[in-house]
Design a protein around this ligand. Structure first.
Ligand code: TRP
Length: 335
């Protein structure tokens, strides 16, 4: 990525919590590669956010490397974008502190994700979980980010990042760019295959509810064949047909066909045929991702070269922001 090119800046982060789901892929990561043509993109594996819930250290390390390999496998090109591991770039933690002092306790208390997560882990309601959105604001604001691709669950955090930026700017003078959400044109929300009124999630107890992007073809086929549908036995997009709507939406994304075309294709055919077709299309679509991932994981030296370079570039850009922020709040110059 060239810092001089006059393109808007996009920042996005993903947590290294095991392999990505088809939902993470369709909703987020599959867009990351395409965005690099039109924007200066900065992508981070946010391992510091991950430790707000209990992690097994060896597993976190492995998951972080895998997540990094996965974003490359999904099309992030480290020559075009900046791709790095959050903990490698110290400015995130430094800016986190500065921004924490411009964030109100009350604001953080209203974050629905904090309320949900603290209810889920009542024995570990740590301060990091509470200030999680401040670190996310630091990720975004450190790079003068214009646009942040976010799903519905992160909208409130982005709104908070905007408020923090505005508050800092009005207290200390203009520094931070106030980021806007970036809503991709395509990429509907992917629902659970077992309860299509709920979002597809790794934490679903039913193993058939969720497709992982590294699932083998036979596993993908089996999960789609067991997908919950209605009893009408007619492939059409309609209110109340959540299961079929979800499958149609997935099929549409991976094949590029619109709903009318899909309805024609399966006219007179049963759900069995349709589910098999969706399974096959998804499996074919993910084949290059699986292959690229295996290739990257077999070449740790290359991965290291990429994330080291990414961290250096990220540090260089964010260091400028942190130096300005330090000066604005009144810290004595170090140099
Ligand atoms: N909180 C985001 C999530 O769980 C991950 C994230 C961390 C992020 N920092 C970010 C996303 C900055 C966008 C921008 O999905």
């Amino acid at each position: 990525m060239s810092e001089t090119e006059n393109k808007k800046i996009i920042f996005s982060g993903i947590q290294p919590t095991g392999t990505f789901t088809l939902g993470n892929y369709i909703g987020a990561v599959s867009h990351w590669g395409k965005l690099q043509e039109d924007y200066n993109c900065i992508y981070s594996i946010v391992d510091m956010h991950a430790i707000t819930v209990r992690q097994e250290p060896a597993k976190l390390r492995q998951n972080t490397l895998e997540a990094y390999a996965l974003i490359l496998a999904c099309g992030v090109d480290p020559e075009k974008s900046i791709a790095f591991i959050q903990s490698h770039v110290k400015t995130h933690a430094e800016l986190n502190w500065i921004l924490a002092c411009s964030t109100q306790f009350g604001e953080l208390s209203r974050m629905t994700q904090f309320k949900d997560k603290s209810a889920k882990h009542p024995d570990d309601v740590n301060a990091g979980l509470f200030t999680y959105p401040v670190l996310m604001a630091a990720d975004i604001l450190a790079y003068k980010t214009d646009l942040v691709p976010v799903g519905a669950d992160q909208k409130q955090h982005l709104e908070l990042a905007r408020n923090i930026a505005q508050r800092f700017n009005s207290k200390y003078g203009e520094l931070f760019t106030v980021p806007e959400p970036y809503i991709p044109k395509t990429g509907a929300k992917v629902m659970s295959l077992q309860d299509p009124t709920k979002k597809m999630s790794k934490s679903d107890e039913n193993p058939n509810a969720c497709i992982y992007i590294l699932d083998e073809p036979d596993v993908i086929m089996r999960k789609f064949k067991r997908a919950v549908t209605d009893s009408e036995a007619c492939v059409r997009y309609a209110e109340g047909k959540d299961g079929i709507n979800n499958l149609m939406s997935i099929y549409s994304v991976v094949t590029g066909k619109d709903y009318a075309e899909i309805e024609r294709e399966f006219d007179g055919k049963g759900y069995g045929d349709f589910k098999a077709a969706v399974g096959e299309a998804v499996s074919d679509h993910l084949k290059p991702v699986r292959e690229n991932f295996a290739r990257y994981m077999a070449d740790k030296a290359y991965l290291k070269e990429c994330y080291t370079k990414g961290a250096e570039m990220a540090l260089r850009i964010s260091q400028k922001t942190i130096s300005k922020a330090y000066r604005k709040v009144g810290f004595v110059d170090r140099t």
